[in-house]
Design a protein around this ligand. Structure first.
Ligand SMILES: [Zn+2]
Length: 82
């Protein structure tokens, strides 16, 4: 790989790395994997901080869940309906 190519690809590799990391972290909280991954990879320091402040989301209705979700990652309402 030439030096020019390496310069071109280095930011892409950094972006891809953080896109995967942030995407997977977002998925753990039931957030949009692709939205968080693609954008979070571009602005990963901001993305990581923003993600840290995100609440877990209900897997069924996407409402924020206070604290850690119970088994099945559902909010109180969806668990009751289940
Ligand atoms: Zn719910």
């Amino acid at each position: 790989m030439s030096a020019e190519a390496a310069q071109l690809f280095a930011p892409l590799i950094v972006w891809a790395f953080w896109a995967v990391v942030i995407g997977l972290l977002a998925k753990r909280k039931n957030l949009n994997l692709w939205g968080w991954g693609l954008l979070g990879g571009l602005f990963w320091p901001v993305g990581l901080i923003a993600l840290a402040f995100q609440k877990f989301r209900c897997a069924a209705c996407s409402q924020p869940i206070e604290g850690k979700p119970a088994e099945g990652k559902l909010c109180g309402t969806c668990v009751a309906e289940d």
